[in-house]
Design a protein around this ligand. Structure first.
Ligand code: MN3
Length: 199
């Protein structure tokens, strides 16, 4: 089954002033679309056509580098779009809030650790909240890598490739990450992912 580029779950200008319409047009219509197209070309004759995206990501890691890179970037971006929303960053739903406070002490600490992970990811990559062995943790990965290949379940995804923030923040990645945690995170989606991961 071929991969398809998902529509953004909100209008292109809906995340302003934190992410501009121009950023979302480039990021979704050019960058994410290119990963989908390249992954589809590489998927042909790979023997993996019938598998799910998650299975393809896990099975190609370390074996088929070009297909892994493009399929993982498709997975990562699809999760990133759902991890953010207009007027995000507000109230964390109850069950998730309780679990985050158990793991980190406070919601402020979770935000701090996410900003720290994204800031210290050298070069291109991603920061995450993951569930592993029933616990929530912060993670970071380089390039297209993601927590699926480490046996963890991603519940929140932050893109820290320069194409994500360079138009709006230039080199100020920490400012983008601060806006992400304070004004963009879709905690309802993260809670949905958390509930599914611990079921
Ligand atoms: Mn990106």
């Amino acid at each position: 089954m071929a991969f398809t580029l998902p529509d953004l779950p909100y209008p292109y200008d809906a995340l302003q002033p934190y992410l501009s319409k121009e950023t979302l047009e480039f990021h979704h219509d050019k960058h994410h679309a290119a990963y989908v197209n390249t992954a589809n070309n590489l998927l042909k004759d790979s023997g993996l056509e019938g598998k799910s995206l998650e299975e393809i990501v896990k099975e190609t890691h370390g074996k088929n580098v070009p297909l892994f890179n493009n399929a993982a970037q498709h997975y990562n971006h699809s999760e990133y779009w759902k991890s953010i929303k207009p007027n995000g960053g507000s109230k964390v739903p109850g069950s998730l809030e309780k679990a985050l406070i158990e793991s980190f002490g406070s919601i402020e600490k979770v935000k701090e650790e996410l900003v720290q992970a994204g800031t210290t990811q050298f070069g291109s990559g991603w920061a995450w909240l993951v569930v592993k062995d029933g616990k929530i943790a912060v993670a970071k990965t380089g390039n297209a890598e993601n927590p699926l290949i480490q046996g963890a379940e991603p519940i929140l995804t932050v893109d820290v490739w320069e194409h994500t923030y360079y138009i709006d923040y230039r080199n100020r990645r920490p400012d983008y990450l601060k806006a992400f945690v304070d004004n963009l995170v879709n905690w309802d989606y993260v809670a949905e992912r958390y509930d599914a991961a611990v079921k």
